[in-house]
Design a protein around this ligand. Structure first.
Ligand code: UDX
Length: 456
């Protein structure tokens, strides 16, 4: 059992802290936000993540997990301090390291015994060398403090599972002493551990995330070409997936990748390369394709309808993927303003992302368009002229092709997640446009025409 402090209770910090406690360590999670700390003490998670609250309550009750704003008390006698604070993207694509610097200073002024500082946050290669120097410069006591890199690979929506059953644990250290501490902390996880030096560990995080982003952008690029040449991206992906060298994951074409990692980490690595005078062409291409992909559906709709003014538009899914309430870099944030600008009357459904979205787009009129939030996909589709699918939530996938046909005024569907079989939609007489696959037959536009005319 080790005494562990965790700085920052966002996705990375809180999930790591809870999982360390679950594996028997004594953990104190530190956050500057008093309200958040009180919330967590009451057994509630500030983020929506399956299975997290159960583990929070269980380990809190077992006295293995504490929450505090008192960082001095948490850091002074810790064996290891994990840093999981954010490194948000700055305007130029570089990472904002001010939160890390603040925590590093607090650590330097608080520690009273030898301790390993472990950076989980994604940081540019070489940052942890600087963090170590920074801590040494401000250290008040004569104790040994080193910095290790231990990047995090959890995906939102499956964060607890991804941490407890990770494919690998990367530990980047500059001494046997640091390596041994991390080996001991991770021993109860019983997972493959890859010990490397600190800079390689920092690079592994970017290289892994950007590779996945590249894989998605590649499939989106190929999908767009499939449409032009009459091939079907799902069949193409299936055919590719039998090659072990390619694998069968992350081959789904769609409306572009979103979230807190891929967009940020691709831009950060591009920035790092630029600083070195190196042109990182592959990653730049992934970014370009993704930017265009986010509005590919909207462009299809506009080409088909000329205008969406006055139409009732169902929007199914707002978050960047299912299983999270996170909207960061979600396709909905690109498309909803375009639809509103067109004068569309949006009826939006999302099982958990609604509150966050409502903060950005409150219910009501926005210029000539409007947005209304509903609590079921059926209510969104009811009498709608057009439907956009941005997130493949279970509630959306549960709809059958005939639901679109029966509920909508004109069954005209633009699916950014390729949820349905083109054939089934065709059989249900739904006009269906998706990504990298052929569109089905056109519906008669009589009612659309009337609706468009009345709106003029
Ligand atoms: C990702 C990585 O998976 C994780 O290892 C890393 O630590 C953080 O970034 P996350 O952003 O939570 O996790 O979600 P992920 O499930 O990877 O999806 C990211 C985006 O890619 C989503 O918008 C998703 O819809 C999209 N995606 C994913 C595709 O468009 N196609 C795919 O085949 C897979």
């Amino acid at each position: 059992m080790n005494k562990i402090a965790v700085a920052g209770t966002g996705y990375v910090g809180l999930v790591a802290g809870v999982c360390f406690a679950e594996k028997g360590h004594q953990v104190t999670c530190v956050d500057i936000d008093e309200r958040k700390v009180e919330l967590m003490k009451s057994g509630k998670s500030p983020i929506y993540e399956e299975g997290l609250e159960e583990l929070m309550r269980k380990n809190y009750a077992a006295d293995r997990l504490e929450y505090t704003t008192d960082y001095v008390a948490a850091y002074q006698d810790a064996d290891a301090i994990f840093i999981g604070v954010g490194t948000p993207e700055l305007a130029d694509g570089s990472a904002n390291l001010s939160y890390i610097a603040t925590v590093a200073r607090q650590i330097a002024e608080s520690v009273e015994k030898d301790c390993l500082v472990v950076v989980k946050s994604t940081v540019p290669v070489g940052t942890n060398d600087k963090v170590e120097q920074f801590i040494q410069d401000f250290l008040l006591k004569d104790v040994r403090v080193e910095v290790a890199s231990n990047p995090e690979f959890l995906a939102q929506g499956s964060a607890v599972h991804d941490t407890l059953y990770a494919d690998r644990i990367i530990i980047g250290t500059e001494s046997k002493w640091a390596e041994n501490i991390l080996m001991e902390i991770y021993k109860p996880f019983n997972l493959p551990i890859v010990p490397v030096n600190r800079r390689s560990a920092e690079m592994i995080k970017y290289a892994s995330n950007d590779f996945l982003a590249l894989k998605i952008s590649y499939m989106n690029d190929i999908a767009n070409l499939c449409e032009l040449v009459g091939a079907d991206i799902q069949d193409v992906a299936k055919g590719m997936s039998f090659d072990d060298r390619i694998g069968n994951k992350f081959l789904n074409a769609g409306i572009g990748y979103g979230g807190s990692c891929f967009p940020k980490d691709t831009k950060a690595l591009d920035y790092i390369a630029k600083q070195q005078g190196y042109d990182l062409k592959t990653v730049k291409a992934a970014i370009d394709v993704n930017t265009d992909q986010k509005t590919v559906l909207f462009k299809k709709a506009r080409n088909r309808l000329i205008t969406l003014s006055g139409l009732k538009v169902a929007v199914l899914g707002l978050t960047f993927k299912p299983g999270t309430d996170d909207l960061r870099e979600a396709a909905s944030l690109e498309n909803v303003p375009l639809l509103l600008e067109q004068g569309a009357n949006i009826y939006a459904f999302d099982p958990v992302g609604r509150d966050n979205f409502e903060k950005v787009y409150p219910e009501g009129q926005h210029g000539t368009g409007s947005i209304t939030y509903v609590d079921s996909p059926q209510k969104a589709l009811d009498n709608a002229n057009v439907c956009f699918i941005f997130t493949e939530w279970g509630e959306v996938k549960a709809l059958s092709p005939s639901d679109y046909k029966n509920l909508m005024r004109t069954p005209l569907v633009f699916d950014g997640r390729n949820i349905y079989s083109v054939l089934n939609m065709e059989e249900a007489a739904v006009e269906y446009h998706s990504i990298g696959r052929k569109a089905t037959q056109r519906v008669k536009k009589e009612s659309l025409k009337n609706d468009l005319q009345t709106s003029r």
